[in-house]
Every structure is written in C-alpha cells, then in structure tokens.
Design a protein around this ligand. Structure first.
Ligand code: CA
Length: 256
C-alpha cells in the first residue's frame, strides 16, 4: 500500500450516533471509515478487509467487542485495535487490553482525545509499514545479525534478549517471541533504556505518544502481556520489574 492511499478505519459500534460522530472526526483527519453496527459482521469485515485501525465497542448485537478482539488478534497479530468502553465498565477495559487491544477509550470522549488516540495508532502502523518498505522483503529469521552493539543494524540487545526494529522481531534465548505492534514498541523502548525506571505516565508519553490521566491500565496490561510472553514465572518477574511507587524497568541482570 502506498502512502498516497488514505487510511481506513473500521468502526464497530451499534450506537449509530456515536459511530457517525467518530466518522465525522476521522474525516477531519482525512481518514476514511466504515461503520458496522453488528458484532458478527464487524468481525467478518475486519478479517476480510484491510484496515489500519479497528475500533470496537464492547456491547454489540451478535458477538461482543471483546470476543471480536480475541479472534481478530489471533488472525491478525499486528492489527491496531482500539476498544470503546463506557465509563462504568472498568472490567471491560482491562479485559479488552488483556485480550490484545492496543488501547482503549472511555465514552464519552472528547474530539481531541479521539483524534490523539487514532493518530497514535496510525503513526505506529505507518512506522511499521515504512520499516518493511525500507527492508524490501519479508523478514527472515536467519538474517538478523547477532551483535552486542546497541542499535547496530537496527538491533537492540540486552543479554539474550534481542529486538530488531527493521524486522520487527524479538528473540529471547534464540526463541522468537510474537508481539503485537504496541507490545513491540514498549519492549523496544525499555530495551533501549535498560535499568532505567519509568513511570506509567512516562511510558504513555514515550510509547503511546500521549499522556492522559486515568489511562495507566493500558501500560499495566501491556506490561502483563509482555511478562506472559517473556518471563519464566510471571508471579516473580525477573526481566520487567515493578519498582513500587514509581513504575517499571527492564532489569538487565535478569535477562541472561
Ligand atoms: Ca453498544
């Protein structure tokens, strides 16, 4: 897909007024969007077509947004997914993130908030597409040079944890770790700054590109997801550690 093509967003939302409002504000950003008011149709459309971002309401006729998120994530690991939840449903929010959403947005939301979140996701999608374009061919596991120099050949290494930006690949102890694009960016950021402690709001700033209060669940859930994929024992994480009262750090001594 060339850069000249407009971005496309799928809005799966059964409250048509909200869906149309989102559509209007996406149009202001020069983004095309389709609206789907039914869960099953939304899932089918998201699987069949190519959208840069899928926005999912939770309560939907047919399949709910959380189930769509789970199934979509299985089929399209790199699909950008944003969950729309109501203010009262904290469980949905956390569950959505645990199931693989990149971010969530609480209804009602402001135009600025909506546009900031959409821009963040699209920026990530474009950065990934650009890296692949520069590369010119599909990622090949054997082509990642092993190099301990930080960021040499687009690699960041901490112990046996290797993050390759160009190929969007993570290997730990020579095993490939499959990450969503946001998980990748978070891990990449932590690996570039080993042993530094970052607060949740600093991580939101650096990885998500915005910092609205009340969104630290997004960080927590992504940390949990990374731990599930990297740590031997998530109850006692050695690699991504919690620094109580402050935030998180990548513990270089734990990556061996
Ligand atoms: Ca709904």
């Amino acid at each position: 897909m060339g850069n000249t093509m407009k971005d496309r967003v799928l809005i799966v939302e059964d409250e048509i007024d909200i869906a149309k409002l989102i559509q209007v504000h996406l149009t202001e950003l020069d983004i095309d969007s389709d609206i789907c008011c039914h869960g099953q149709q939304g899932l089918e459309q998201a699987l069949k077509q190519n959208y840069q971002l899928v926005m999912l309401d939770v309560m939907l006729p047919g399949i709910n947004g959380l189930d769509i998120c789970r199934q979509l994530r299985q089929e399209k690991p790199l699909q950008a997914i944003l969950i729309l939840t109501s203010k009262t449903s904290e469980t949905d929010r956390i569950l959505g993130l645990e199931l693989g959403a990149d971010d969530y947005m609480t209804k009602p939301f402001s135009i600025r908030e909506l546009q900031a979140r959409v821009r963040t996701q699209l920026r990530r999608v474009h950065a990934f597409a650009d890296r692949n374009k520069t590369n010119g061919h599909k990622a090949n596991g054997n082509s990642s040079p092993v190099n301990n120099t930080e960021q040499a050949n687009n690699n960041t290494c901490v112990g046996q944890l290797l993050v390759n930006q160009r190929y969007h690949q993570v290997t730990y102890k020579d095993n490939a770790i499959n990450l969503t694009s946001t998980e990748f960016e978070l891990l990449d950021f932590l690996c570039k700054n080993p042993d530094q402690v970052f607060s949740r709001s600093q991580l939101l700033d650096s990885v998500w590109g915005y910092n609205h209060s009340g969104y630290e669940h997004t960080v927590n859930s992504h940390i949990n997801r990374l731990r599930n994929k990297l740590e031997e024992d998530c109850a006692e994480p050695k690699i991504i550690q919690t620094v109580w009262g402050v935030g998180y750090k990548l513990n270089s001594a734990g990556v061996h």
